[in-house]
Design a protein around this ligand. Structure first.
Ligand code: SF4
Length: 188
């Protein structure tokens, strides 16, 4: 019989617990009945990857009736063996949190209120700001007369949710603008 580490843990854990409790004279039937009413009972398990850093820990997502209802680490993943740091452990709670922002927000200069905007608005605004800043601050030569072609007033901090290809394209685009300051959350 081919058994994954996850399957083995479920199988031996449940068997050992039931055996020890029943040896002590406990009736384990109610526990077994309770287990079948757990929230994830009957849910489909989908293995995904945590997007929050480059460790890329596997996360098992439980999907029931088309909804993502819970998540946990994957014991079969060789790097973390089922462990997750607080960010990965909070994967499902972040997904359903009422604090989660689903649309771009904009706070106008001098305003104390955030307004919901569409993506066209924010992308146009970012493009305008980048163009104006580059036009204003582009440095062609440094103090020694050497050609540098750079802009030092723009900075980009990348997200760990970007894959290698997205990082490569983003990096090329920024370098072509003359941006010299860029960093990435996932460069651990
Ligand atoms: S953020 Fe945590 S759980 Fe997610 S990949 Fe990194 S170490 Fe793993």
């Amino acid at each position: 019989m081919k058994l994954s580490r996850r399957g083995f843990m479920k199988w031996t854990g449940a068997g050992a617990a039931a055996l020890s409790l029943s040896r002590l004279g406990f009736d384990v039937k109610p526990v077994a009945a309770y287990a079948t009413t757990l929230r994830i009972a009957g849910a489909k398990e989908v293995v995904s990857i945590c997007p929050f850093c480059s460790c890329g820990c596997n996360i098992i997502m439980f999907v029931k009736d088309g909804k993502f209802i819970s998540s946990e680490g994957d014991p079969d993943y060789p790097v973390s063996e089922g462990a997750l740091c607080p960010k990965g452990a909070a994967f499902h709670s972040m997904h359903v949190s009422h604090h989660r922002i689903l649309k771009p927000r904009y706070r106008a200069p001098g305003s104390d209120k955030w307004e919901e905007k569409d993506w066209d608005f924010v992308l146009d605004r970012i493009a305008r700001k980048v163009k104006d800043t580059r036009d204003k601050d582009f440095v062609e030569k440094n103090d020694k007369g050497l050609t540098v072609n750079r802009v030092e007033t723009l900075f980009q901090l990348g997200t760990s949710q970007m894959d290698n290809e997205e990082c490569a394209v983003s990096h090329q685009m920024l370098r072509s603008l003359g941006v010299v300051y860029l960093d990435h959350q996932a460069r651990v």
